[in-house]
Design a protein around this ligand. Structure first.
Ligand SMILES: Nc1nc2c(c(=O)[nH]1)N[C@H]1C(S)=C(S)[C@@H](COP(=O)(O)OP(=O)(O)OC[C@H]3O[C@@H](n4cnc5c(N)ncnc54)[C@H](O)[C@@H]3O)O[C@H]1N2
Ligand code: MOO
Length: 393
């Protein structure tokens, strides 16, 4: 028997690296800001303008020369009002000694002024204001204090959160370049049935395709739904060939040891395999390779396994961002696996995590009820009271 030409029993890190090695550079398209929430920035984003665009007031009050107002520390100081500066309608001209200009938050600081006294510290007397304390230079927002025109402010690979979309708008962009993976998604298995259809004995609803499509969209991918293929090499071949135009083909099921696990056999015999089997649970039988040049990731059919492998291996590669992790205290023990990293489903309460009572790879409720994957490295066990890393779902 000849040794396989692909890697077997790879670590989670090796699986990510081998999968990443199959993918082309992330395709990039432009999206309107309102459509870009959750997508990954596909290129560095420069500031098209400075913000603030000019040095401006941080308060409603008057703009004046600080030096004129220092005496207000002991007795009120009077200044003559010579005009007004509003956001969008700046004061034109120069303010001289003994003068001031009414100013509002966000309005440009007039030439000749360097400090602000807020309305709360003013007494109005016609065209004169009396300052009850000295004006402060610190109450201005300097030009470019947030960012300067031309500066690269957001780096490619950032996930677009609401605050980052707001920042992109402030930088002057109406559209943003985003990584736009087109992912063809296929479920396999004779027993798999579309939700809403009657379920005959031995059949199961296609939960994987629903969960995976949602995870893909959440990761900012376009989903090309290839539906579901029965367990037959001919049907599978036909569906795999229909994935043209995609950057990646994601399948679920048919990757393990069974007689009807044709995904594995097809890729082994007619495609290329980069790796098969990852030292993790759930998700051990994951398969990765190519079909006619198209990168393929074969997720295991077990419902928990397919979603966990996506979260732990596929998603970080596509988005460049792993699930966020933190350390918490184990409230229950977590079992060790001699040669696998375990991703046990855990329920968080404050700084503690307890094991979800049923950890079977078919118990989808363990994922829907869990807040975190408790990461127990190969060969290590976690006793109650010990600190443990969790990945937040
Ligand atoms: N002899 C061995 N048997 C198994 C091994 C092994 O190492 N030796 N590994 C087990 C592990 S671990 C997993 S995970 C599964 C993965 O198997 P497959 O990827 O071949 O998946 P299937 O056999 O097609 O299905 C497994 C299970 O999942 C259900 N399923 C499949 N697709 C869906 C779907 N779209 N939605 C909901 N549920 C789905 C399917 O009905 C089966 O119950 O193999 C173990 N076996
Ligand atoms: O990974 Mo299998 O996922 O342990 O059931």
């Amino acid at each position: 028997m000849t040794a396989p030409t692909f890697s077997m029993h790879v670590s989670v890190e090796q699986a990510r690296a081998l999968f990443a090695g199959l993918l082309p550079a992330p395709p990039v398209t432009a999206l309107a800001l309102r459509d870009a929430l959750g997508w990954t920035l596909g290129a560095d984003l420069p500031a098209l303008v400075s913000h603030p665009s000019a040095t401006e007031s941080a308060l409603d009050g008057v703009a004046c020369r600080e030096a004129d107002t220092l005496g207000a520390a002991s007795a009120p100081v009077s200044l003559r009002v010579v005009g007004e500066s509003r956001a969008g309608a700046p004061f034109v001209g120069e303010v001289r000694a003994g003068e001031c200009v009414r100013i509002y938050t966000g309005a440009p600081l007039p030439a000749g002024t360097d400090a602000i006294c807020p309305v709360e510290q003013l007494r109005e007397e016609g065209n004169v204001v009396r300052l009850l304390r000295p004006a402060r230079p610190g109450d201005v927002r300097p030009e470019g204090g947030d960012f300067h025109a031309g500066e690269t402010v957001m780096a490619a690979g950032l996930r677009l959160t609401p605050a980052r979309l707001a920042l992109a708008a402030a930088l002057g962009h109406a559209q943003v370049p985003v990584r736009h993976w087109r992912v063809a998604l296929l479920s396999t298995g004779d027993e798999v049935v579309e939700p809403g259809q009657p379920l005959l004995p031995g059949q199961v609803y296609d939960s994987n395709r629903v969960g995976l499509a949602a995870l893909l969209r959440e990761a900012g991918c376009e989903v090309l739904d290839l539906g579901h293929a029965p367990d037959s090499p001919a049907a599978l071949r036909e569906r795999l060939n229909a994935a043209g135009g995609a950057d990646l083909l994601l399948t679920s099921g048919g990757v393990s040891m069974g007689r009807y696990d044709f995904m594995r056999d097809l890729l082994l015999e007619e495609g290329e395999v980069a790796f098969w089997k990852v030292r993790m649970r759930p998700g051990g039988p994951a398969l990765c390779g190519r079909w006619g040049g198209l990168p393929v990731f074969g997720l295991p059919g077990n419902p928990v396994s397919s979603l966990v492998v996506f979260q732990v291996i596929v998603r970080p590669v596509l988005t460049g961002e792993a699930l966020p992790t933190r350390q918490v205290t184990a409230a229950t023990p977590f079992a060790s696996l001699p040669d696998k990293t375990a991703f046990w489903r855990g329920v968080l309460t404050g700084d503690e995590v307890r094991e979800y009572p049923r950890q079977g790879s078919g118990v989808l409720r363990s994922l829907s009820d869990a807040d975190a994957l408790v990461i127990v490295p190969e060969g290590q066990s976690v006793a109650a009271g010990e600190r443990v890393d969790v990945a937040l779902l």
